[in-house]
Every structure is written in structure tokens, then in C-alpha cells.
Design a protein around this ligand. Structure first.
Ligand code: GSH
Length: 213
């Protein structure tokens, strides 16, 4: 009897970290329950919320609870490995290392861009404020890194999709969705990622009752 899986996500589906875990579970083709946690209502601070970090996303597998999106992705890959389950990370060691590099980088850097083009501007309401010089500097670094990895016509970072594609596409969508300038082939890459069924299911999550917090 498989142990039940539950993903604790944010109530309005705007968390980039929850999105990454949602897509990971969808791509693995695993049955799971999605529980929305109302951060605006402080539900993550209740004793009933079991994540040690008190943050979303968190994954529960049986009685095992794990937070931190990258730890969750690695756990899913280890617990439900390829080739019997679709892979989240490339098989080749160096490609896997680059996928982790991309995922770690966009979680820890580019703050001015992330602040001026928040995920609400991608999922809920676009913004038109021009980017600051600090954010434009981030864009130049992001574009340079992407151009080193993604050539025109390339739909994924490597020969096969990996979870870093989803995370990187969201970073690029912070620009594309708000009408900010982006090289054509990077906009195309992000648009192609947005059409993946796993990502489309995330985009289709209800957000109409969004309350800023
Ligand atoms: N490094 C964490 C970041 C998680 C995170 O920042 N979660 C936010 C929502 S996007 C959260 O739970 N905020 C509520 C809080 O910290 O009180 C990850 O990758 O999962």
C-alpha cells in the first residue's frame, strides 16, 4: 500500500517554490492531495501545520514531513527514481549539476528583479512600472546566463525537460508577462515551458479571491 502524499501550497498559488513542487509531483505522475495554506490568515503558524520551517511548500509522505522546495524535489527524485518514474533532474552528472546550479541561483539571487516583478505580476495582475537600474542589471545577468545555456529554437535546457526548466521559465516570465524586453528565443523558451501540461495545471489554479498580504 503506497503511503499518501500531500503537498501544502499557498492558498493563492503565487509561491514560486510551491509551483516548483507542484510541477515536480505532476511530472512524476504521482497521486497526491493538494492542501492550500492561507498565509494571509496565518494558517502556517498554527500548531497543526507540521513543516519544521513553518513555511510553504511542504510535502507529507506518510508521516514524513519535509519543507524547502529544492529538498522536496530531491526527495521525490530519490523516493520515486527513474527510469520507472519520469526524471526531474538530468541523468548526466554535469547536466544535473547545472540544473541544480540554475535552481539554486534563482532562489538566492536577482532580488531587485524578483521584488519589482513579483509572481503576482505573472499570475494575477501585470505591472507597468519601469525596472530600476538595479533590476535592469539583474536582467542583463539573467539574459547572459540564459543565452549561454539556451540557443534559438531550444525548447529545454537539455535534451529532456528537467525541473530547472520550470523554475527558469518562471524567472523569465517575470519579464515576458509584464512586457519587459527579452531576446525573442528566451521569450519563446518561457512560452513553451508555460504550455507544459504540468505548468498549465498550476496556471489554472483559482486565484480570483486573492488578498494581498
Ligand atoms: N527557501 C524556501 C522558500 C519558501 C518561502 O519563502 N515560502 C513563503 C511563501 S512563498 C512562506 O512560506 N512565507 C511565509 C513565512 O515565511 O512566514 C523554499 O524554497 O521552499
Amino acid at each position: 500500500m503506497p503511503q499518501p502524499l500531500t503537498l501544502f501550497s499557498d492558498a493563492f498559488s503565487i509561491s514560486p517554490y510551491a509551483m516548483s513542487c507542484f510541477v515536480a509531483l505532476e511530472e512524476k505522475g504521482l497521486a497526491y492531495q493538494l492542501v492550500k495554506v492561507g498565509l494571509h490568515a496565518g494558517e502556517h503558524k498554527l500548531p497543526s501545520y507540521k513543516a519544521r520551517t513553518g513555511r510553504v511548500p511542504a510535502l507529507q509522505h506518510g508521516d514524513f514531513v519535509l519543507a524547502e522546495s529544492s529538498a522536496i524535489a530531491e526527495y521525490l527524485e530519490d523516493a520515486f527514481p527513474g527510469p520507472s518514474h519520469p526524471r526531474l533532474f538530468p541523468e548526466a552528472v554535469r547536466e544535473r549539476a547545472i540544473a541544480r546550479e540554475v535552481m539554486a541561483w534563482i532562489r538566492s539571487d536577482l532580488m531587485p528583479l524578483r521584488e519589482e516583478r513579483p509572481t503576482t505580476s505573472v499570475f494575477i495582475q501585470s505591472v507597468s512600472r519601469p525596472l530600476s537600474e538595479h533590476a535592469r542589471h539583474c536582467v542583463r545577468r539573467l539574459v547572459a546566463a540564459c543565452e549561454a545555456l539556451i540557443k534559438p529554437g531550444q525548447p529545454t535546457l537539455f535534451a529532456h525537460w528537467c525541473l530547472a526548466d520550470t523554475d527558469l521559465a518562471l524567472m523569465l516570465q517575470r519579464l515576458a508577462s509584464n512586457g519587459d524586453e527579452l531576446p525573442r528565443h528566451l521569450a519563446d523558451y518561457a512560452a513553451a515551458q508555460w504550455k507544459r501540461p504540468s505548468v498549465a495545471r498550476w496556471l489554472a489554479q483559482p486565484r480570483s479571491d486573492y488578498t494581498p498580504y
